[in-house]
Design a protein around this ligand. Sequence first.
Ligand code: SLL
Length: 164
Amino acid sequence: SKRIKTLSVSRPIVYGNTATKLGDNRPPNAPVEHTHMWTIFVRGPQGEDLSYFIKRVVFKLHDTYPNPTRTVEAPPFELTETGWGEFEINIKIHFIDDANEKMLNFYHHLRLHPYYDTNRQLIKSETNQVETEKAVNSEVQSIFFDEIVFNEPNEQFFKILMST
Ligand code: SLL
């Protein structure tokens, strides 16, 4: 019987956010109630430029932001903002026209606060104030390693995917 050959090509991606507390280094236009600066991004695992197959990335922020739909048309596919709260960011990855692929649509929970162990933090604050301070002031990261799987890509897109 005839075997159906299926081909799929996967490409690793990394997405997520970093965040730091705003100290005295506030951006001049940051509203007073904003406590953090954060960056949301989509990139390759080694910071590779993925624009050979990604056309644009749309980040939909919480409605408390002005113009909450932020479109990034060129690499790096990232967005830096200030704010006060955590929320779900909707990420839409649009692929190049040659791909003829549906966009990828998913959510990332913007993380501003470290989820450290409460007990450990208590012990630390009793014994080592400096270390606690350092942990609290350090950059928070919420980063996911994943892969995009293209099932039966068309010939042209297959060539493009294989070229890099
Ligand atoms: C919360 N459910 O209550 C969440 C909403 C909204 C965050 C967080 C600033 C927007 C702006 C901002 O950080 N919004 O004023 O530019 O925690």
